[in-house]
Design a protein around this ligand. Structure first.
Ligand code: CMP
Length: 132
């Protein structure tokens, strides 16, 4: 997912270019706006965390780009490409190093396992013909 700050700043194209150049195939994609409630559902695993309410507010503050990506070793390779959650700790050349503003407004989200990638893909694309 490309998060609201990155979409609002006009960084969608540059981020997608980095993703494609790293060998990922975009198999489904959409620009959409999450409600506070839907953002809360997406990040349900973090609901006990102190940043949960702020995270919901931020993730529903503007449009996001949701995408399903395909590649061998996709989860690990994508996490390497995006860099650490906190951009101050993200390595040079990563998407977050380049585009993230803070630990919250960190430009992109990547699934942390194949299982969660399936769940998160369904969250945005279930019932659509792109989601095969
Ligand atoms: P993401 O990888 O999408 O997973 C959870 C999100 O919560 C994270 O990126 C950030 O956008 C946000 N977040 C805000 N504060 C924190 C924090 N202290 N630790 C981890 N994630 C945070």
């Amino acid at each position: 997912m490309i998060k609201p700050d990155a979409v609002a700043d006009g960084n969608t194209g540059a981020i997608l270019k980095m993703i494609e150049e790293a060998g990922f195939k975009i198999v489904a994609m959409k620009l959409t706006l999450l409600s506070d409630e839907r953002a809360g559902q997406f990040y349900e695993v973090h609901k006990e965390r102190p940043f949960y309410n702020d995270l919901k507010k931020y993730m529903s503050s503007g449009k996001i780009v949701a995408a399903i990506l395909e590649k061998d070793n996709a989860v690990a390779d994508f996490r390497k490409l995006i860099g650490a959650t906190n951009p101050e700790q993200a390595e040079e050349g990563t998407i977050r190093k380049k585009f993230a503003k803070s630990i919250e407004a960190n430009a992109v989200h990547g699934s942390d396992s194949d299982e969660n990638a399936q769940i998160e893909g369904s969250f945005f694309f279930a019932g659509t013909e792109q989601f095969a």
